[in-house]
Design a binder for this molecule. Structure first.
Ligand code: EPZ
Length: 428
């Protein structure tokens, strides 16, 4: 079965859109429920396929999961006895490596499939394993599984060689019940790091300094069940902010934490877009011709790498020459080839893209090469003249809840079509 979006470009986005819970927070919080010796009720969970995979893994391992409502789950993991994630399930999602930290923290042992490669270069986990070893664990790779074991986990000092969200999260998960004090230096400071620390502390953990580059964790013996609401997704919000600007629209983006959006807001304002902040929403309004600017992605609070493709699409529509530098990943410009099909004038050299402004995109058949690149192609299609068809939209549905419904409610002409396999064969 092939699914694709079909977009008729040229509609200004106007109206209001509600932002869902943060994907990169929830993919850590759900595995973290393994550490609780009681049920956890978690709210503001986005309806995305990454969540479906994680809940399937938890159920396969023995967790009892009840759906309270469309965005709230009650998760009781006390029946999980074997610290191993089924290979077939884990290999489909990179973030399944958070089960390593959670299972290690709970059972002093964990086995999870080696995470798959990714769409934008190598994604090593050496810092994750370095962190586990600093707590007294031994790590090995066997038959494609990462196996981590410890007689007992003892707090230790870890200084990451680079800022890494995943390793910061994984070490937090492993350290919350370790004996004594763990100090993580050069820690990641993303909002989802703070959200996970708040979730763990609501279970009785003792984590200080999350959101700064030094996180201190005093191990505790017991973590109890809790009730918790996931923060809004800063990248989903940023994606709609850029979409509003790219379509010359006027959109109120609700259920956000404006402070999490500061680097995106200031870039949009620099390009000439009007952004107004309220307590839990931002209004984005196109006022005049977009002006070129330069962007370099950095760890939080810098401009987020997960907004790089979306911002590059907007800069294609800005007058003048813009430079986008990818400061986090080695090769996150694969989507530019797809964007060129729509008329983009961009040259890429390693981590730098030089963007020449164009009048407009022209609709074309394109592919989503990864999650955020797919969202960027949607934005380009919305702004384009004519029809854009986007294939491989499963990437987009990993991280954006009901994106076509939300866009249609803002006036977009977008629909998802499904082509059954028997028809695909005939077409091809
Ligand atoms: C998380 O990936 C996010 N994924 C990514 O978002 C995001 O791009 C990234 O953080 C940076 O913000 C989730 O949260 C599920 P890293 P992660 O460890 O943790 C190198 C999306 O679109 N590194 O911060 O894998 C690594 O190669 C996704 O939602 C090592 O060298 O990223 C990269 O260059 C895409 N060794 C840099 O650090 C390690 O052990 C940052 O990676 C770990 C990382």
């Amino acid at each position: 079965m092939l699914e694709k979006y079909v977009i008729q470009g040229g509609c200004k986005l106007t109206g209001e859109v509600n932002i869902s819970g943060a994907k990169n927070a929830v993919v850590a919080i759900l595995p973290a429920t393994i550490l609780a010796n009681g049920p956890c009720v978690i709210d503001n969970i986005p309806d995305i396929s990454d969540v479906d995979i994680i809940t399937k893994i938890l159920k396969e391992m023995g967790a009892d999961i009840q759906v309270i409502n469309k965005s709230t789950l009650r998760i009781d993991t006390r029946n999980i006895k074997v610290p191993e994630v089924p290979y077939e399930l884990a290999k489909h999602m990179r973030a399944s490596y958070y089960f390593l930290g959670a299972l290690l923290g709970k059972f002093n042992s964990a086995s999870v499939a080696m995470p798959g490669g990714c769409d934008f270069g190598v994604r090593p986990i050496d810092q994750h394993l370095k962190g586990f070893e600093a707590l007294g664990a031994h790590c090995k790779l066997d038959q494609g599984m990462i196996i981590v074991d410890a007689e007992k986990l003892v707090g230790g000092d870890i200084c990451f060689e680079m800022v890494t969200v995943g390793a910061t999260i994984n070490v937090m998960l492993a350290a919350v019940k370790a004996q004594g004090l763990t100090v993580i230096e050069n820690a990641a400071k993303e909002p989802h790091i703070v959200d996970l620390a708040n979730f763990l502390n609501s279970m009785g953990a003792n984590i200080m300094g999350a959101g700064t580059d030094v996180i201190k964790i005093r191990g505790v013996d017991i973590l109890h069940g809790t009730e918790y609401s996931v923060i809004p997704d800063q990248i989903e919000a940023g994606t709609y902010m850029v979409a509003a600007a790219a379509t010359k629209g006027d959109v109120l983006i609700k259920n956000v934490i404006p402070k999490h959006l500061e680097s995106i807001t200031s870039k949009l304002q620099k390009i000439g877009v009007e952004v107004t902040e309220y307590d839990d929403s931002v209004r984005v309004r196109y006022v005049d011709e977009l002006v070129r600017t330069n962007v370099k992605t950095r760890p939080h609070p810098g401009f987020p790498t997960d907004m790089q493709p979306q911002m590059a699409v907007l800069l294609c529509l800005a007058k003048g020459t813009s430079i986008v530098t990818e400061g986090v990943w080695e090769n996150r410009f694969k989507y530019i080839d797809e964007l060129r099909r729509m008329g983009a004038d961009v040259s890429v050299d390693g981590r730098v893209a030089i963007i020449e402004g164009i009048e407009k995109f022209v609709g074309a058949p394109v592919k989503a090469v990864d999650l955020r690149a797919g969202a960027a192609m949607v934005i380009a299609g919305l702004a384009a003249e004519g029809t854009t068809e986007i294939e491989d939209i499963y990437h987009v549905e990993r991280g954006y809840e009901h994106i076509e419904d939300k866009l249609r409610s803002l006036g977009a002409n977008i629909k998802k079509i499904t082509i059954p396999d028997n028809v695909i064969g005939k077409v091809l």
